[in-house]
Design a protein around this ligand. Structure first.
Ligand code: ADP
Ligand code: MG
Length: 717
């Protein structure tokens, strides 16, 4: 066993309540803390003139365009509230295509000219900002748009205050666009996709006799996995610092073979961290519901209660930020990378998704009356059709270099998109497909046409941990997101493809109804055909098994293993047509995303490759040579030969990686070709360096080894 470094054990002695940096008052009762730092509807009601409050709420409920005359009044109230909560600055908080959030702080205070300062914040400053857009990725849009970009207030996501031990900042969620009106962020298309889906779903609901609903919101509840490691180890791992994952590290003698971590009791320091994190999130109005240990050692999960997709996505970005900030109070580092440790389960994010009306109905809830069931089956069929039709696009929406280490690696869903319906629901659709009148037989206990359709139980039976897209009782769970990922883009895609499918089905249903058919008689053949055409996407077995890969291939399903295979689906004709038909992303906006994502892929792999080469040459190789010298000095030729061979292998691998990294050896004319080069040429070269280094790790004297080992990093809690 390697030694456990003394200084790390000392660092692990955290101070209760976060020590000096602990800003949270962990003694206040929950209900006094929740939403404390949010300019929520409740705060708005208190502080806005009654008329302004009413008009603002109305605008938001209907998803209408905001009357700018309201802005001054809102800005005034927001500023007063923020100053009382200790804020000195404000920022437009937005989500550029980097996938993280951006902020530029401005002080509230302006000098009066008489040696004093006055707090000012106008409606104009609330509504619009002008950050320098050239510092953010814009893809193809960059060429023509000369760096000018605007942030625009999103009144549908509440402003909040970020606390710091030394002050506080008012954060205003905003959208980010170019001066030509093109979306440069992840929020704008998400909002557009929510509008699109609402329109389609309301159209469909009317056919089922629902006249009350005015708007349909998509909802999202993310389950986030993450690792916590002692910060001392982090600082000793330049690969973790630079790339977020370990580029070296032999498999530890103890992994998760013992299954002793999953749902295990939570160690004291970790629980203290979780409580503090949840308190901070509560202040921001983010409702955390679940926490537990995950499968891998030092891996955990946090899940909030679901919210509408826009607020939920904003909150998810904030959650990731808070999780990382609070960790430092406890001498921990929170790793959100999809695959921080090779050979150990990586981290994902389950995206629970549904659609709900403003009258409080969940459209994916089977309900307990026949009528609800019809409506439910309609929306469910639309999802099946959407996912089947746009498998490649869905896969592209979750593609990233980190994900490439995970998807299809028997710990995460495969790169093949399929849907798990559960036995009961699958039986229901099969019965519909067979055109069965629907007697209540035990096998197909719910069919159309029976006088009394028994309700589908909410937790419709079994679960499938291996499925990328699973029905879980009253929502679908898109289980293939990466842990570090923003929710916005996958949900934008999901909303848009489902909006299209709902419209397709609604149109057919409208025609049948116009021809004088009864609702049920009209719907049955539509569901029958839609299921028959799309059931190839439905799979209830083990997604990890080789048999499924063969079967999926027989069915003609896509298997897009790596990011460069998946991203081109963003710019295929069916995608650009769909997205422009629904006004979600123009062809240019899609192309800019495609370019940005490819660029990010290339850049991230370049950074990894250079980091790997540098660590191998300047840390690992010298350690191995020292060890070799020691063996030679001790005249141990057998052992020395083994090490010498490994040193030689490592040296060759380093040379080859360095050559692959050379800019002049990489294709530059075409981004996709460049991405493929990184995947086909650079990644294997990195793997070869790692393979030699990891074998050396098992041979070289422990006190000479320059990097903390997995057996240390993963087991100190
Ligand atoms: P399960 O045990 O099936 O995963 P949970 O009730 O624990 O179900 O929910 C898991 C996640 O799903 C939570 O984050 C929760 O907020 C979310 N969720 C529940 N209902 C919905 C819904 N209608 N829309 C979106 N997410 C939802
Ligand atoms: Mg779940």
């Amino acid at each position: 066993m390697p030694r456990i470094r003394q200084q790390n054990v000392l660092a692990a002695q955290w101070t209760p309540n976060g020590g000096a940096l602990g800003a949270a008052d962990l003694t206040a009762p929950d209900n006094q803390v929740f939403g404390l730092n949010v300019f929520s509807p409740a705060v708005q009601r208190q502080r806005l003139p009654r008329d302004v409050f009413r008009r603002l709420q109305q605008t938001l409920a209907r998803g209408e365009i905001l009357d700018t005359s309201l802005a001054d009044a809102v800005a005034q109230a927001m500023k007063d509230w923020a100053l009382e909560r200790g804020a000195t600055h404000y920022t437009h908080w937005f989500q550029p295509l980097t996938g993280s959030t951006a902020e530029k702080h401005d002080s509230f205070f302006a000098p009066t000219g008489e040696g004093t300062a006055l707090a000012e914040f106008s409606g104009k400053e609330l509504i619009q900002g002008e950050p320098d857009a050239s510092s953010f990725p814009t893809g193809g849009i960059r060429a023509t748009f000369e760096a000018r970009g605007y942030t625009a207030w999103d009144p549908t996501s509440p402003a909040f205050i970020m606390e710091n031990p030394n002050g506080a900042v008012l954060c205003i969620p905003t959208a980010f666009t170019s001066w030509t009106g093109e979306a440069l962020d992840h929020k704008i298309p998400l909002l557009r996709s929510m509008d699109a889906l609402s329109k389609s779903a309301i159209r469909a609901l009317r056919l089922f006799g629902d006249q009350a609903a005015q708007r349909v919101f998509t909802t999202v509840g993310p389950e986030q996995e993450y690792f916590l490691i002692d910060e001392q180890y982090y600082f000793e791992r330049p690969d973790l610092i630079t790339t977020g994952r370990t580029l070296f590290g032999a498999k530890p003698p103890k992994g998760h073979e013992l299954d002793d971590h999953y749902f295990g009791s939570i160690p004291e320091r970790i629980l203290a961290y979780m409580l503090d994190t949840e308190r901070e999130l509560a202040k921001l109005g983010i409702p955390v519901k679940t926490r537990h240990n995950e499968v891998a050692p030092n891996q955990y999960e946090i899940a909030p209660v679901f919210e509408n997709s826009n607020v939920g996505s904003d909150h998810q970005q904030l959650t990731m930020q808070i999780m990382q900030n609070v960790a430092r109070r406890y001498g921990l580092v929170c790793l959100l990378h999809e695959k921080p440790f090779a050979g150990v389960n990586g981290s994902g994010k389950h995206n629970n998704w549904s659609m709900g009306t403003d009258t409080g109905k969940n459209l994916l809830d089977p309900g307990d009356t026949p009528h609800d069931n019809l409506e439910f089956l309609f929306f469910c069929a639309a999802v099946i059709r959407a996912v089947n039709r746009h498998q490649g696009l869905l896969r592209a929406s979750i593609a990233s270099p980190g994900q490439d280490h995970r998807l299809g690696a028997n710990e995460a869903p495969p790169a093949i998109i399929s849907i798990f319906l559960g036995t009961q629901l699958e039986n229901v659709f099969s019965a519909i497909e067979r055109g069965e009148a629907g007697e209540s037989t035990p096998e197909s206990f719910l069919g159309l046409g029976t006088p009394v359709l028994p309700p589908l139980p909410l937790h419709g039976g079994d679960r499938n941990r291996t499925s990328p897209f699973a029905f879980t009782g009253n929502k679908f769970e898109f289980r293939a997101l990466g842990s570090s990922m923003s929710l916005s883009f996958p949900n934008t895609v999901l909303n848009t493809i489902v909006a299209e499918a709902i419209d397709d089905l609604a149109e057919e249903l409208e025609d049948a109804l116009a021809a004088g058919q009864e609702l049920e008689a009209a719907l049955r053949p539509i569901l029958q055909r839609v299921y028959a055409e799309n059931k190839q996407i439905v799979f209830g077995g083990d997604n990890y098994s080789p048999e499924w890969h063969a079967e999926a291939q027989r069915r003609g399903l896509l298997n897009l293993r790596a990011t460069p295979d998946a991203l081109p689906y963003l710019v295929r004709d069916e995608t650009t047509t769909l997205f422009s038909n629904y006004g979600v992303l123009s062809e240019r906006e899609l192309e800019s995303r495609y370019e940005v994502f490819l660029e990010q892929y290339v850049t991230k792999l370049n950074i990894e490759a250079e980091t790997a080469a540098s660590i191998a040459r300047t840390s690992v190789l010298p350690a191995a040579v020292r060890h070799l010298t020691m063996l030679n000095d001790a005249q141990l030729p057998e052992l020395a030969r083994e090490t010498a061979e490994l040193v030689e292998e490592l040296t060759e691998a380093i040379t080859s990686l360095e050559s692959a990294n050379l800019a002049e050896n990489q294709p530059h004319d075409d981004l996709l070709e460049h991405a493929r080069y990184m995947h086909d040429r650079v990644l294997p070269a990195m793997d070869a360096v790692r393979a030699a280094a990891d074998r050396l790790e098992r041979v070289v004297a422990d006190d000479l080894w320059p990097l903390p080992k997995y057996s240390e990093i993963l087991f100190i809690k």
